[in-house]
Write a protein that binds this ligand. Sequence first.
Ligand SMILES: Nc1ncnc2c1ncn2[C@@H]1O[C@H](COP(=O)(O)OP(=O)(O)O)[C@@H](O)[C@H]1O
Ligand SMILES: [Mg+2]
Length: 345
Amino acid sequence: MIPLLSNFGDRFSGKGEMARGELMKKLLASYGRDDEFRAVAEQIITEEEAKNNKVLARSLRRSLEVAPPKASRPKALASLIPFPEAAGDFIELVEPSHNKQDIILSAENTRIFQGLLDEFRRGEEIRRRGLSVRSKMLFCGPPGCGKTLCAEIFAAELGLPLYVVKLDRLISSYLGETATNIRKIFEFARKQPSVLFFDEFDAIARARDEDGEHNELRRVVNSLLIFIDRIQPKGYLVAATNLDHALDAAIWRRFDEVVWFDRPDQRMVARFLKMKFKNVAIAFDPADHLDELQGHSYAELDRICVQAIKAAIIDRRKEVSGSDFKHAVADEQRRQRRTRRVTSA
Ligand SMILES: Nc1ncnc2c1ncn2[C@@H]1O[C@H](COP(=O)(O)OP(=O)(O)O)[C@@H](O)[C@H]1O
Ligand SMILES: [Mg+2]
């Protein structure tokens, strides 16, 4: 257990100080995990300051500040084709800031993604035999259960850049130009090996449902679906939606693979808490709280953990206490009682 908060209080008595060797080990272990790396580096600097090694501390801090703020870049990033003009308003290049240790996946989804990665790596051979590589995926499930996170990590694992398509903007853009913009995006995806991510794909389903007067809109949505049908992306096309059952077959059948992201069951909650508190000293057993956490999404659990950790920092305590955690759970539940009725987030 690494006391992340150990540098609070008792600073000059040296009581809060961590063994140098431990810190060094921790620093090396955090390689490639930017947030963690920074937290440990901060800790080293704070300890040097406490020991009155001001010059060293200042110089370390300067080095830390010039270090790039993002986590490791995708492995074999292909050279990037510039966006077609105009499409820049609708697609965004997202730098990955998570890796596969940051996501909790069910055994089933782990198997699916491993299969997709294997297929991608043997793509040449598969195509040579006249077979196609699965490349269009639909992610379904309630909000906050890892659809966006998984798209990011999947792209990072493949070493492909992730482009997020801002569908709501695309659809609400001046209709006369939307079709042209869609064509540009797909032109781009045909040439640029990438993961092209259509987040909030529900926008499409909703637009299809709208009636009569929005004929023009429906035409655009249909042309987007036809494009999805026809494209053989150089990489992947991933769409994510919160509404699983509301999608009609016309949408489903366009995808090679449909992946569900469900709310975590108790075992997954336990895994998530273990991951979250991996580098934090805690004075309680997360296993005692599994009952009350049932039904929460990962995003909600994440918020609970972060609030509990912050409470300890604010109080300058070295450990997150059981009551920090309890309060954070109560706060999240209060928030939900007020919001669940309005949104499903
Ligand atoms: N399966 C998961 N494992 C770990 N953390 C998760 C998971 N799902 C969600 N989270 C946390 O919740 C946040 C929001 O999740 P996100 O992927 O945006 O959900 P979705 O796209 O399904 O609405 C993530 O950034 C992460 O902190
Ligand atoms: Mg999302």
